[in-house]
Design a protein around this ligand. Structure first.
Ligand SMILES: Nc1nc2c(ncn2[C@@H]2O[C@H](COP(=O)(O)OP(=O)(O)OP(=O)(O)O)[C@@H](O)[C@H]2O)c(=O)[nH]1
Length: 429
């Protein structure tokens, strides 16, 4: 099994896209679509010399999209300048030349797109988005044949995925258990020990269909195999030998679908304005966590935090400034919480936190630091600079406290904090 460090989703990745093309109208339309729809920085060159100069000027290149007909270069060698730098490269062209296309594709050019094909612009925008996102996705290739494994891994790497390889079922399950960034598994059927269908069945016990897409792979001409894979939990099937196009289409469609499920789940569980989990999600998680912590006799604090006189921000600086302030407060909360803490926007200008494993003294310090952090912020808004304070009501869970009782007491103490002059933490009374 190849071992890689898990991906850090917040780590910055190169974003800059280079467009090299002599047709001004096409390049402008494409640059605009990429900048507006994907918010990626785009640089444009109409000759290879200009492209080389741009490549020197910046060091955060992610992708080159190039035409083949340039004034200062032979169309057979245009891509060399980008491939030599290890830059992911897509060719857009007005001329269809099957030999040239085949030669370029063999050289790890990602795609060869005909400009005249209807929807080519939309396709390129989708492709850029897919390639940009693939870099945060790990794919696991499971095959006992080193050459088949390397072939699939090479294709996936060309499309930007981070690839892990496993030579058998046990190693694959071990990798999945350890690495939550694996979102795609290519599972070969014919393997000694555990076969692909069996691995798929066991993999599904570890990761549901909304977490990992599984594509079964086999070269066998067995008409029942596809159904067996699908019934065991696979999302799709590829028959060996597959073409590069089919491979990329199936992989991309499955990853697109996972992301769609993810964004639907996000819509249901996240607050739109702040990006924090919403009330419903918080309560669902807390329902599970409170009895768990009680059973384990671990300390647990419930807190409700409310921005003081928030109406004055709206009234004085405008509703948009109020929205900025809410987002800034949410940012301060996200920056403050530890990985096991739960935080949510409960509604309006009210937030909720569930904080495990702090004794009374540490809990006081935790919420006091949070209060002070928000008081110290100066938020730039369209209506001017905004400062705010918060009141926080906290309740430490006792042995037989229910979630309802924790929330009610935290809310009562929030009221005491407001009544006591605001900008304070109340954890007793
Ligand atoms: N800008 C903005 N305002 C919101 C949002 N949700 C709720 N509000 C406003 O938040 C304000 C809440 O005001 P109140 O409940 O009177 O409380 P307050 O002014 O914060 O005063 P205290 O809680 O007593 O300190 C109302 O004016 C709501 O319109 C939102 O998403 N954006």
């Amino acid at each position: 099994m190849t071992a890689l460090l898990p991906i850090d989703p917040s780590a910055p990745l190169p974003q800059r896209v280079l467009l090299v093309e002599n047709s001004r109208a096409y390049v402008q339309a494409l640059a605009q679509a990429i900048e507006q729809q994907l918010e990626l920085p785009v640089e444009v060159a109409s000759t290879l010399a200009e492209a080389r100069a741009l490549l020197q000027r910046h060091d955060d290149w992610f992708l080159a999209i190039t035409g083949l007909v340039l004034a200062d270069c032979d169309r057979n060698t245009v891509v060399d300048a980008f491939l030599e730098r290890g830059l992911a490269t897509v060719v857009v062209t007005g001329v269809y030349d099957e030999d040239l296309r085949a030669r370029l594709m063999r050289r790890r050019v990602i795609d060869f797109v005909l400009k005249s094909t209807p929807g080519s612009l939309d396709y390129i925008v989708w492709l850029v988005k897919r390639l940009e996102r693939n870099r945060r996705i790990s794919a696991l290739v499971v095959d006992d044949s080193p050459s088949a494994r390397l072939h699939a891994a090479g294709l996936l790497e060309t499309f930007g995925y981070r690839v892990l390889q496993a030579a058998g079922g046990e190693a694959a399950l071990h990798a999945l258990e350890r690495d939550p960034t694996i979102r795609l598994a290519l599972v070969d059927q014919e393997m000694p020990g555990m076969q692909g269908v069996e691995l798929t069945r066991r993999l599904r016990a570890l990761r549901a269909r909304d977490r990992v897409a599984v594509i079964g792979v086999s070269g066998r001409d067995d008409p029942d195999l596809v159904a067996r894979f699908l019934k065991s939990g696979a999302n799709d099937f590829l028959r060996k030998p597959y073409s590069r196009e089919e491979f990329f289409c199936r992989v991309s469609q499955n990853v697109d679908q996972l992301e769609l499920i993810g964004s639907l789940q996000d819509l249901a569980t996240r607050d739109f304005l702040t990006g924090l989990p919403n009330r419903r999600h918080f309560l669902e998680q807390a329902e599970r966590l409170v009895p768990q912590m009680r059973a384990a006799r671990r300390p647990l604090a419930m807190a409700i935090l409310d921005i003081d006189h928030f109406k004055r921000i709206n009234d004085g600086c405008g509703h948009e400034a109020g929205d900025h302030a809410l987002r800034a407060a949410a940012g301060a909360l996200s920056g403050h919480v530890r990985s096991d803490d739960l935080v949510a926007r409960f509604g309006g200008e009210e937030f909720c936190l569930l904080v495990p494993d702090l004794d009374e003294e540490a809990m006081q310090a935790y919420f006091e630091t949070l209060r002070a952090r928000i008081e110290a912020m100066c938020v730039q808004t369209p209506g001017g600079e905004v400062r705010m304070t918060v009141s926080i009501g906290v309740r430490m869970a006792a042995a037989d406290d229910s979630l309802h009782c924790l929330l009610a007491d935290a809310d009562r103490r929030l009221y005491l904090a407001k009544a006591g002059g605001r900008n304070q933490v109340v954890a007793a009374g």
